[in-house]
Design a binder for this molecule. Structure first.
Ligand code: GLU
Length: 439
């Protein structure tokens, strides 16, 4: 079967050029959340509507058809996207997501968050994101390799070590990055490791990248607790999402002496008030593919996990889980956002009203892109660092970024989210201003 047209095309919405005059509706879509966060920060910064529009609008976007010849010979077609939200401070930087609901607006939101995130931890990058609307669980490894290679070929004009550098995100991993790197390199005629980060060590990956996002989450949590005079060893933690980010975060929290009392994944959750043996749980996960069925804990629903009486709640699954319906149930004192965009604007307002401190995604989960940056620097220098150097530099970046955000929040009476966004947005706008407008 040959595919001649794109069936069921999710229609991309036109760029929102009228944004400052007609703010995005305050509903729970990731793009609406991202736009409403931007609008708040722009107000704090006192920027005019032209500046607001520049910051709200992606520099470049591509929507590609990704046909796949399945193992049984049939052809199916997926939609792929890459958005460079900003490239003023350096190459676009951001992950590649494989998930069934991916569309252009979600990728736009995620790309915008990458810009602010890179600004907050002061990396010489803009922000970008890619996605393919596919459920990777439904396809064989060989099929995913073909999807990845075809997607890479289609977006080839946009990516490169100096233009736009990809990394793993939900549904993709270091093998995916190796395929992207290989496809790009074969087409250029030589090996170019710096076109992606989050690669396997054997092809120029960095030590510490696999656990970097999670380690960063624990660093900022420790910094937030320290400010409140609470030792990490005294707190209870619940983690929603037990994928690459949540599982390692739970393990590092436990290693550092916090008590992990609840975790969940897409199939269900677990609770043990005496503390979950995370090491054993990871073995159970490796054997069964889920946390469900672990013998040393009680079953718990994903929604009930959000309402547990714990000190720290880490939403590390998907966007929008803390919204007007669920945020009011949160009884944690700190919410540390491991996922991108887990709290909607309405959810944020409820948490603030209830005195919950939110350490925002763009700060809390920035450890991944920080070590991506280290990997890119190492690849550009073809000189690889020891594990301890990466760990120390990561901790330093995360705690100093937390310190900057928290100081600004106190100085200007802002939430940590607004303070973080103000820093990231200001750094981006400053680069625009100094570079000037061409022509
Ligand atoms: N996907 C990760 C994120 O959302 C990492 C991005 C990167 O390393 O470029 O931050």
């Amino acid at each position: 079967m040959t595919t001649t047209s794109i069936p069921d095309s999710p229609q991309p919405t036109p760029p929102e050029t009228d944004l400052p005059d007609a703010p995005a509706p305050r509903n729970s879509s990731p793009l609406a959340t991202a736009h409403s966060q931007l609008a708040t920060a722009v107000e704090v910064l006192g920027y005019d509507s032209g500046q607001h529009q520049m910051l709200a609008t992606p520099r470049r976007e591509i929507h590609v058809a990704v046909p796949l010849r399945r193992d049984d010979g049939e052809t199916v077609l997926f939609h792929g996207f890459r958005v460079q939200h900003n490239i003023s401070r350096g190459p676009g930087k951001g992950g590649l997501r494989y998930a069934p609901g991916v569309d252009i607006d979600e990728v736009r939101a995620l790309a915008m968050w990458m810009t602010w995130k890179c600004g907050i931890v002061d990396l010489p990058y803009g922000g970008a994101k890619g996605g393919v609307a596919i459920d990777p669980r439904d396809y064989s490894t060989a099929e995913l390799e073909r999807v990845t290679r075809r997607y890479t070929s289609e977006i080839m004009p946009m990516i490169g070590p100096d233009t736009d550098v990809m990394a793993p995100d939900m549904g993709t991993d270091e093998q995916t990055m190796a395929w992207v790197m290989d496809t790009y390199s074969v087409n250029r005629g030589y090996t170019i490791p710096a076109v992606v980060t989050g690669k396997p060590l054997a092809v120029g990956g960095s030590r510490g990248r696999g656990t970097a996002t999670s380690a960063g989450i624990v660093h900022v949590t420790a910094a937030a607790l320290e400010e409140a005079g609470v030792p990490l060893t005294d707190v209870t933690v619940a983690v929603q999402g037990f994928g690459k980010v949540g599982s390692h975060a739970a393990a590092i929290f436990a290693e550092r002496g916090a008590k992990v009392v609840a975790v969940s994944d897409q199939y269900g959750g677990l609770r043990n008030d005496a503390g979950i043996d995370v090491k054993r749980l990871l073995e159970h996960l490796a054997a069964t593919g889920s946390v469900v069925g672990f013998d040393d804990a009680e079953p718990l629903s994903n929604v009930d996990l959000l309402g547990l009486e714990v000190d720290v709640l880490v939403p590390a699954a998907v966007e929008g889980v803390l919204d007007e319906q669920t945020a009011g149930r949160v009884r944690a004192r700190w919410v540390v956002e491991g996922a991108n965009g887990p709290t909607t604007t309405a959810g944020d307002a409820i948490l603030a009203r209830n005195g919950v401190t939110v350490v925002p995604d763009v700060l809390a989960n920035a450890g991944g892109v920080v070590v991506s940056y280290f990997e890119w620097v190492q690849a550009n220098q073809t000189y690889w660092w020891a594990e301890h150097e990466i760990a120390e530099r990561l901790e330093h970046r995360m705690t100093s970024a937390y310190g900057d955000v928290s100081a600004l929040a106190r100085r200007q009476d802002l939430s940590l989210r607004d303070a973080a966004l103000v820093i990231g947005i200001q750094r981006t706008a400053e680069a625009h201003r100094i570079r000037g407008l061409y022509p």
